[in-house]
Design a binder for this molecule. Structure first.
Ligand SMILES: C[S@@+](CC[C@H](N)C(=O)[O-])C[C@H]1O[C@@H](n2cnc3c(N)ncnc32)[C@H](O)[C@@H]1O
Length: 250
């Protein structure tokens, strides 16, 4: 039987105690056989699901090792989708790429889950890492002068990870792979994400995977609309996943 998975972080909840208590009441109202497979977190509430990611031993081990913050544990389903996309993308030619790696947690989990060192591929991880006063990009709690070195250290056991500090799209014209098997775009900004697609999508191998983070989150509606239109112009329909990611298989 599946286990329940209780992530604690939801976005947009003001009174977290009363929210948690209401959820608890709701789950107690379920018939016993539906009280398994409960998932909470990352604005997803489900019950009676298989939650198959919990049966993925390398993934759960990698999550345990690298996801140290509540938010990183709560977005487990999202991260499982990335692992799925990376695994399937690896059936195609090319590198793995993340535009907006921040602390590098999801990419590090992917590395362990797919045994990345055995793939013979490169992993390109781009970010600004720092947040100088007045920057246009959104601030994140761990951004700062030491974040780049922390991420380099996190990938010290992954020799073919390339941690690249630079502004997207500009840096992509300087350093980017010729072929891509898996592309994860997660920069929380329309111009940067469309800029990345403009340069990188043509390099994604046929059958390669593209995951657009936050595509389904209402506060990022402008990003979703711009990406939906960008892909529609090229004949693709983006799938909005319940995990709030957008998925395109080239
Ligand atoms: C939400 S975080 C990424 C989280 C990460 N993908 C993960 O899975 O943990 C967004 C990141 O995008 C980066 N970013 C935003 N605009 C950027 C740009 N134009 N070029 C490079 N990185 C950018 C920020 O520095 C930030 O670290």
């Amino acid at each position: 039987m599946p286990n329940n998975y209780f992530g604690e972080v939801f976005f947009g909840v003001e009174a977290s105690d009363s929210f948690a208590s209401a959820l608890n009441d709701a789950f107690h109202a379920l018939e016993p056989k539906w009280q398994n497979g409960i998932f909470t977190g990352d604005n997803l509430i489900t019950f009676g699901k298989n939650l198959s990611f919990q049966l993925d031993a390398p993934f759960m081990q990698a999550l345990e090792t690298h996801a140290t913050k509540k938010i990183e544990k709560s977005i487990v389903w999202r991260t499982a989708m990335l692992v799925w996309a990376a695994r399937n993308g690896l059936r195609r030619e090319g590198a793995l790429v993340e535009c907006g790696c921040y602390r590098g947690i999801s990419a590090r989990i992917i590395c362990d889950s797919v045994d990345f060192n055995a793939t013979g591929r490169d992993y390109y991880l781009y970010d600004l890492f720092d947040y100088p006063e007045g920057s246009a990009h959104a601030a994140m709690p761990d951004m700062g002068p030491s974040l780049y070195d922390e991420v380099v250290e996190r990938f010290s056991a992954i020799p073919r990870a390339r941690i690249i500090k630079g502004f997207i799209p500009d840096i992509l014209h300087v350093q980017a792979p010729e072929k891509i098997a898996f592309l994860h775009i997660d920069m929380n900004g329309v111009a940067a994400e469309i800029g990345a697609l403009d340069v990188l999508f043509e390099r994604v191998s046929p059958g390669g995977m593209v995951v657009l983070d936050d595509y389904g989150y209402l506060p990022y509606r402008a990003q979703r609309d711009a990406e939906r239109a960008w892909f529609a112009q090229r004949g693709y329909d983006v799938m909005e996943l319940p995990t709030s990611q957008g998925l395109v298989i080239k």
